[in-house]
Design a protein around this ligand. Structure first.
Ligand code: ADP
Length: 340
């Protein structure tokens, strides 16, 4: 605005200075010595009227009238110039304000979003941590107040505390992973889907055996590009869920294949399935679909799938789910194929 106003003042000064020069050449007078041909002074200096004749007086009158008109015209030109410059500056001010507001909003939006996500993350995390901590404290306090607590009862309380602590550790791990994972430090290389599947199965085999669940693995040697550690982690999350939510003694299918330029790895179960209305939300942090939770009494913290989604996106892949309530679910990973 300062620049605009400054330029306007300079422009006004230079423009009106030209007009002042013209006027400062003095009032117009008439010179009747050379009726024919151009008078050399007519352009550069005052026009002089000589003689006392009536004609001279008339000419003098009309010239001074002309002078007055000229002065009026110059004044109105000056006013018009001032008006235009003011309008121009007001326009620049309005445009500048709107533009600055728009640019500021555009620049600040990512920062605002990041702050919002951070706040949401902190409040979600503290809410999730508070519940098990309160339960843990309450149980221990009750046991402490019980003067006739037997060794067996004490052991039971301690076991419960250890279980809760393990769960909390898991939750902390998940939260840390979610807040840290930014894709930096991923070691992307060519890796076989078969290797990923086998490695992930090693992570969950004890859990599957405990529930007498069979994992039917038919993944062949297909090379994809990605970070092996995070890909194994994703498949382990999907297997862990399938085991957690499926019936005892059931079978989980781990299959592989190729689709266009992607390697495909899917985890299929005949578990409780996911309600259609829950599907759009299951990849959100801390989201747990009630159907799966209440039916089997098993539940986590709703972090597994959000971690899996984040990790697969960092590997330039994608995760999708197809599920029918009471029939089962299929989670499918898409990872870019390695160039052969
Ligand atoms: P959680 O720790 O609760 O399993 P996830 O983020 O891994 O968290 O999963 C989110 C929700 O998606 C689960 O609470 C569950 O309701 C649903 N879900 C995930 N996998 C399955 C599955 N294989 N079968 C049925 N429901 C599932």
């Amino acid at each position: 605005m300062l620049l605009s106003v400054g330029f306007s003042i300079i422009f006004y000064r230079t423009s009106t200075a030209g007009l002042n020069i013209q006027l400062s050449n003095g009032p117009v007078s008439v010179h009747n010595e050379s009726p024919t041909g151009p008078d050399p002074q007519a352009t550069n200096g005052p026009i002089i009227v000589n003689g006392n004749s009536d004609t001279g007086m008339n000419v003098s009158n009309s010239v001074s009238g002309l002078n007055v008109q000229l002065q009026k015209r110059i004044d109105s030109l000056r006013q018009a110039l001032v008006r235009r410059l003011v309008m121009l500056n007001v326009g620049a001010l309005v445009l500048g304000t709107v533009l600055s507001w728009y640019i500021a909003r555009k620049t600040l939006r990512p920062i605002e979003n990041a702050m919002e996500a951070q706040t949401r993350f902190s409040s979600d995390a503290s809410h999730e941590l508070r519940t098990p901590l309160t339960a843990l404290r309450a149980k221990n306090e009750v046991a402490l107040r019980n003067a006739r607590l037997t060794l067996t009862e004490a052991k039971k309380v301690i076991k419960n505390s250890v279980d809760q602590t393990l769960k909390l550790e898991k939750l902390f791990d998940g939260l840390l992973r979610l807040s840290r994972e930014n894709g930096k430090g991923l070691a992307k290389a060519s890796i076989s889907l078969e290797e990923i599947a086998n490695e992930a199965m090693n992570h969950v085999i004890a859990q599957a055996q405990a529930r007498r669940i069979t994992i039917d693995e038919t993944v062949s040697h297909i090379n994809v590009i990605g970070d092996s550690q995070s890909l194994v982690q994703i498949v382990a999350i999907l297997l862990d869920n399938a085991i957690k939510y499926s019936d005892r003694g059931s079978t989980i299918y781990l299959e592989g294949g190729i689709e266009g330029k992607h390697g495909i790895l899917s985890v299929r179960d005949d578990g409780p399935g996911i309600r259609a209305s829950d599907i759009p939300h299951i990849f959100e942090r801390f989201y747990r679909a009630d159907s799966a939770r209440t039916k089997h009494g098993e539940h986590g913290y709703g972090l597994g799938l959000s971690i899996a989604k984040k990790l697969i996106e960092q590997n330039d892949g994608a995760i999708t789910v197809k599920s029918t309530l009471d029939e089962g679910s299929t989670f499918t990973l898409k990872v870019p194929l390695a160039k052969s």
